[in-house]
Design a protein around this ligand. Structure first.
Ligand code: GTP
Ligand code: MG
Length: 437
């Protein structure tokens, strides 16, 4: 009976390997595609690498390859094909016709997962916007295709064009509506962001490839409550919590959506606002699965996205790399990465590295010391006496510094002890040197 209610899709996952691709990586790419299928709740019954020498315009794959797939679909009673690459609408349709099952590509798959996972209003709107943009981009392509076919028919619009034109108008209307709704939601979030900024709390943002362990670390460092799961894109929304620091002070830490290779452009655009929250961070924590054979490649991909949005060391934002899942490394490899991390820490740069296991907690205390050190690096603690004539300095210090002590002095003066960042200390000194004790 239950079989009728819970019908799990059985999929063939095909990873197209192009002749120029690093062939050794194909196995891992395929593994990731299987992970994506599972994140959607699909059973990846069959997974295979399909070598592509030349992409066929109409079907993507060669005819022999399609026959092989059809045979597997029959033999294993599959009802879906996932192509870990990008299909044109025509290729997708032709493959569906040839294979008699639903066919989706990598972008479609990721959009489905995001749709499934989005929990907040903003998340849902962002995914919907991405999906509509994806649909629209495919409409345009189909349209130019039809137009070419019809070439020479002059100004008489065929029925195809009228239909597509009206579809496109409808999509555009929907997109505009969603954008307006998103702006409303974002206004609220901007207010919260401004409040955080005003509160002068230091902000630490977690970034990293999906499944690297960001949420596990977040929960370990805070009171928790974020879903951490062996599932790609377990987290889609940004959460903020208080991060207690070793000295007894605190900061704010945020957990957010993970990155992935070839993130559909529609998604990057829609999630830009979420990603851009990392810009407000005083320090970025880049969580990496150091046991992942593709760790280095994924690091580059994350750094690329950070660069695109203007975050990271190239933009003067310090970054600490968290080399996570050290427990999965053999002892000798662990020693090697330990010494590499130590070297990164001793070289004066904007990049530090700590080897940890967020699962066992090993190394996390050292990491926290490093975070606090990075947050307060260059800070100055100043004793200041604000005179009534220079009273604007009082508000400025509250706004830009962390006021540790404050007491009224004689003659309307105020005595303050303030912690300021290096640059704010410089600004204050150049303007109010006489107020500094
Ligand atoms: N062995 C091991 N597993 C870990 C460690 N840290 C996290 N994991 C596991 O890795 C998986 C992914 O962890 P998450 O914290 O959900 O990863 P994430 O980076 O938040 O992933 P997304 O939200 O999907 O982007 C979970 O199954 C964790 O239990 C670790 O130090 N060692
Ligand atoms: Mg997460």
């Amino acid at each position: 009976m239950l079989d009728y209610d819970v019908k799990i899709q059985r999929a063939l996952v095909a990873h197209p390997r192009f002749s120029d691709a690093r062939s050794g990586d194909a196995d891992y790419d395929l593994e990731e595609a299987v992970g994506l299928a599972e994140a959607l709740g699909v059973a990846a019954v069959e997974a295979r690498i399909v070598p592509i020498r030349e992409v066929k315009v109409s079907n993507f794959f060669g005819s022999g390859q399609i026959e092989d797939m059809a045979a597997a679909i029959q033999a294993l009673a599959l009802d879906m094909v996932i192509v870990n690459g990008e299909l044109t609408p025509i290729q997708q349709r032709n493959l569906e016709k040839a294979l008699h099952v639903k066919v989706i590509d990598r972008t479609g798959l990721i959009l489905e997962i995001f749709g499934l996972r989005a929990a907040t209003k903003e998340g849902r709107l962002q995914v919907e916007l991405a999906r509509l943009n994806y649909e629209r981009s495919r409409l345009v392509r189909t349209w130019t295709h039809l137009e070419r076919q019809r070439g020479g028919q002059g100004f008489l619009a065929g029925p195809g064009e009228t239909q597509i034109e009206s579809d496109r108008r409808q999509l555009n209307d929907k997109i505009e509506r969603i954008k307006t709704q998103l702006e409303d939601v974002r206004r609220t979030r901007d207010l919260q962001r401004a409040k955080r900024k005003r509160s002068q709390e230091r902000i630490v943002a977690l970034v990293g490839y999906t499944n690297a362990g960001k949420s596990t670390l977040f929960n370990r460092l805070t009171t928790g409550g974020v879903l951490a799961k062996d599932m790609l894109f377990a987290t889609l929304d940004t959460t903020h919590r208080v991060l207690p620091l070793p000295s007894g002070q605190s900061a704010i830490i945020s957990d957010t959506v993970g990155f992935i290779s070839d993130l559909p452009t529609q998604l990057i655009t829609s999630f830009r606002a979420t990603l851009e929250e990392t810009l407000e961070a005083d320090v970025l924590l880049h969580v990496r699965d150091i046991s992942d054979p593709l760790s280095a490649r994924r690091r580059e991909e994350v750094m690329d996205v950070l660069n695109q949005i203007g975050a990271g060391p190239d933009h003067g934002q310090p970054i600490i790399e968290v080399w996570n899942k050290a427990d999965l490394l053999p002892a000798d490899e662990r020693e090697t990465v330990e010494s590499l991390a130590e070297r990164a820490r001793t070289e004066a740069s904007l990049l530090d590295a700590f080897v940890v296991s967020c699962l066992s907690g090993a190394g996390v205390d050292d990491l926290l010391d490093g975070v606090e050190e990075a947050l307060t690096r260059g800070d100055e603690v100043m004793d200041v006496t604000v005179t009534p004539q220079a009273f604007s300095a009082h508000a400025w210090l509250h706004q830009n510094g962390h006021v540790l002590e404050e007491a009224p002095g004689e003659g309307g003066k105020i005595k303050m002890t303030v912690r300021l960042s290096e640059s704010d200390a410089g600004k204050f000194r150049s303007k109010h040197q006489t107020l500094i004790d």
